[in-house]
Design a protein around this ligand. Structure first.
Ligand code: SF4
Length: 351
């Protein structure tokens, strides 16, 4: 297998409406190999420099018992002013104590089971920040071992018999510019965080801990301050819709996985042509966000343009024109008589 579970799930969540993208993610056919076979060479995603900066940022958040992150979470009222305690479930390659994802998950579940038994003051003084806990999603056959680590959880204890609330946080290195933060990046980050909300609920169910914990519908994003590697927290991010979408997505993973693709090859740089073709043959759904994560975006944009699909010129135009093609919109603008309600409605909105 070439890519880890988290990367593949995030690829899926970036454009779940595109079946080619879903097949690529679920069957682990890297989109870069598909694009390369068509003559597109530009890799998208983060540069090695950006990845390194992201790792350094994340490490700085959790250094010294996560003092920097805690301050930012308290300022944004994600945590109360007296919040304390930090437990590290990260792997050793990320400065944590665990050698692999299995060990991280075992430690995380063990700790949750201990949390569940606490009463009185001990319960109200539980550690409030958990770094890098590992979850397992069902479907081993599809997603190798099904294990992946999420960035961070906060713990919000309540006196018994109320459940302990867990809140999901997602860390990204792009700058938080308030109302001017990149909307596409924010949407992708929320989709990922919603995916982890759902995955955590599934994990609690399958580990028989669900009656002791509640996963909050809202979460928080940890971005950077413009020009600084300091955290800027966006709290109270409503993730309910994204979590529901993730539940549908997990069901679909199983259905897509049942589709038989030609077998994979052992070599990492040698994707069998039939597997690449299976991705190319699937219906695609181009959108603005494709440009930020998918190597096939230039090809899909050109194809969409040739077909007159408004999405080729942006999500806003796609929403405005609806099912009307670019060619037809131009005809209408040049005086062609409108046919049907949709075209009359478009002309009325233009007028
Ligand atoms: S660029 Fe193309 S293949 Fe990739 S997600 Fe977008 S529509 Fe799908």
């Amino acid at each position: 297998m070439r890519r880890d579970v988290r990367r593949r799930l995030e690829q899926y969540a970036s454009n779940p409406r595109c079946e080619a993208n879903v097949i690529s993610a679920v069957h682990d056919v890297p989109m870069e190999a598909v694009a390369r076979a068509l003559g597109y060479s530009g890799a998208v995603g983060q540069s090695p420099f950006a990845l390194l900066r992201g790792q350094q940022f994340e490490r700085s958040l959790f250094r010294d018992d996560a003092v920097r992150l805690r301050r930012a979470l308290i300022t944004q009222k994600v945590l109360p002013a007296n919040a304390a305690g930090f437990v590290d479930f990260r792997m050793s390659r990320n400065d944590g104590p665990y050698p692999n994802l299995d060990a991280s998950r075992a430690a995380f579940l063990q700790r949750l089971a201990a949390f569940a038994k606490t009463v009185g003051d001990a319960r109200l003084q539980l550690p409030t920040i958990l770094a890098g806990p590992t979850l397992m999603v069902p479907g081993k056959a599809i997603l190798p071992d099904g294990l992946f680590a999420i960035d961070v959880l906060t713990v919000h204890p309540q006196p018994r018999p109320a459940p302990i609330v867990l809140r999901v946080g997602e860390v990204k290195v792009y700058p938080d510019r308030g109302g001017f933060t990149d909307a596409t990046e924010l949407a992708a980050t929320r989709a990922q965080a919603g995916l982890y909300v759902h995955a955590l609920r599934v994990e609690l169910q399958q580990s028989k801990l669900a009656q002791h914990f509640a996963v909050a519908d809202d979460g928080f994003l940890v971005l950077t301050r413009p020009s600084f590697n300091l955290p800027s927290v966006r709290g109270a991010e409503d993730l309910q819709h994204q979590a529901e979408r993730a539940a549908v997505m997990f069901d679909r993973v199983h259905r897509i996985a049942e589709r038989l693709l030609p077998p994979d090859s052992a070599a990492d740089d040698d994707i069998p042509a039939q597997r690449r073709q299976a991705v190319l043959d699937a219906p695609r759904q181009y959108a603005d966000g494709c440009l930020s994560f998918c190597e096939l975006a230039p090809h899909c944009q050109q194809t969409a343009l040739a077909q007159g699909l408004p999405a080729a010129l942006g999500d806003d135009l796609a929403r405005f024109l609806g099912p009307i093609t670019l060619h037809r919109a131009l005809e209408l603008l040049h005086g062609a008589a409108a046919e049907g309600d949709v075209e009359h409605d478009l002309l009325a909105r233009i007028a």
